[in-house]
Write a protein that binds this ligand. Sequence first.
Ligand SMILES: [Zn+2]
Length: 230
Amino acid sequence: MVSKRSKNVLLDENGNDPNSVLIVCAHSDDQIFGPGGTIAKYAKEGKKVHTIIFSYGELSLPLQQKEYTIKARVKEAKDVDKYLGGYGVTFLGLEETKFSAQFNQKKMYPKLKRLILEYKPSIIFTHSIDDPMPDHRSLHKLLLETIDRMRYKCDVYMFDVWNLFNFKKRHYVKIVVDISDTFQMKIKALKMFTSQKHSLVMLMWSVYLRAWYSGSDIKVKHAETFYKIR
Ligand SMILES: [Zn+2]
């Protein structure tokens, strides 16, 4: 249902832009491991996909200079976003393992609120509530607290990065997105994170397996599964 018009954008019944999609994740590359194929698919359909990344992932390369790592990871994320047709990546610059404390200290609520109000997403994708990685769960909590505090109404879906098959989430409503046409873009995008080469090689098999497993759910070659939390 379309009700309002603002700056030539038709808004939905919640006052959001029906073509605006937001991804919120902890580290650069989570957005590709999770909804990478969906980002490319939506971009091809003309949707505006913005990405917000909480940390620079500076702990990922402990032997290298912090500044060098940050620069490399920001550039990779921006190049990948461009390749997939995204509308830009914003880094909040929080330190890994310290999201909860720094979210308040660094006054992230108004910053995140401002970005959400600017993008007006009708769908937000973020980490699962039961992700094994503490940063991912912490981000999930902070994001939901933010949109609830804002009383922002939109669909929020969770994606998995590490969990292979999530039987615990059976009771959630899920959507399965056919990414057969963009799966190769997802693979190429992952390979573009050259600073993460080592861990990527180890995880690549799980990307294939999950895409195949999700695909078998709706009888297509490759898919991504998301669970509705709002
Ligand atoms: Zn992560």
